[in-house]
Design a protein around this ligand. Sequence first.
Ligand code: HEM
Length: 433
Amino acid sequence: MATQEKPRLDPETARQVISPESYAEWDGILDTFDRLRAEAPVAWVDADDDAVHPPFWLVTRYDDVMRMSKDNTTFLNNPHSVVFSLTEGIEFAKAFSGGSEHMVASLVTFDAPIHMKYRKLTQEWFMPKNLRGVEDDIRAIANAAVDRLLAGGEEADFVKTVSAPYPLHVVMQILGVPEADEPRMLMLTQQLFGGSDEDLNQSGMKDLPPEAITQLVAGAVKDFEAYFAKLTAERRANPTEDVASTIANAVIDGEPLNDRDMMGYYIILAAAGHDTTSASTAGAMLALAQDPEQWARVRADRSLLPGIVEEAIRWTTPVQHFMRTAAEDTEIGGQPIARGDWLMMNYVAANHDPSVFDDPRKFDAARSPNRHLAFGAGAHQCLGLHLARLEMRILFETLLDRIATVELAGAPARSKSTFVGGLKTLPLRFTTA
Ligand code: HEM
């Protein structure tokens, strides 16, 4: 299909939808999504500069994103499933990995039939029944996080003291990474996925040319590999109940996982498990701090907590997009799509679709049903969704027990990122119970 026939976004809007700054400012991008859902729900985004990103279709309506998520035959995760892969980055990854466009192979880069074989290895581990076995450990980590918060007096940045470190501790614990190694893991995941926020990304990547960034990321992958090769050897010699043991001893089609696939598994869990849950946790606290009466209500009636958790996940939508590639000529929302076209499922847009969510910008803990798309849907639906909800529930139970009142002590700020977003600061004032 010729490019000029496509409903192409004007250059300013095209820049806005992939710009990390837009997601930090938030309201402006929500306005744009409202306009696009109404006027061009499947719109062609062409940067006119392939060095930034290859062109793609931006899909903003809930029903279209849901249909794409569930049709894993027509819409594939391969060859690349997030937009922040710069074109040079993709070329570098091919050279680095011997042909693949991914620096690391992982669940989000696989399609059927291999995807399910890999997913099944740990799927049971992440089910609610099994997670009961780690509840006490999570509660201890939550209590330690609240100790830290209270230790600093009656004001603190909730992100730095609680919502950022807490999910990191949990995911590292389930992966079997000792606490002393956590800073190193954090550094590595930031190098891999830190995006462009200078406050969050300690690696100084934003000032580097794309080639230097890809080399830095490749270095991070190598460091990860070395780290987890050691952990694998330990878990093969002495298996425990943790996820690292499950992966280290996994067998697919009669063969143990090769090193690259095993590292990909560790990396996706380490990377997917912390920033995401941190963002929804901070979002829940922001909503409660903005409405102190809600804090009092849920302190008195804990049955309100699951609604708050679920709405916080929709309201914040930490994972802002995933990409798919059309396996064949098809259509979405009435728009013809050619085989090989790249498409962005924008979860922020879908979760603010007013045809599904009344008053979508409002935090409404009583929203029911709340069938948001923050965890995706279909074969790739978030593997850690039960864990994320459990972590949030346990943390807020602990906070509600120990904190009587909470309010904002300054302006919160969102991070600059096109992929995983959320609050980077949340200044709070509180009184203890
Ligand atoms: C996949 C969101 C927490 C592990 C995904 C996807 C989304 C997502 C949108 C892609 C779904 C799709 O393509 O249809 C979130 C959010 C979280 C969260 C919003 C927190 C509120 C976690 C946690 C873990 C985790 C705690 C594990 C430690 C994964 C994995 C995948 C995934 C392994 C890939 C699954 C696959 O491709 O089969 N997540 N996630 N996530 N998530 Fe999460």
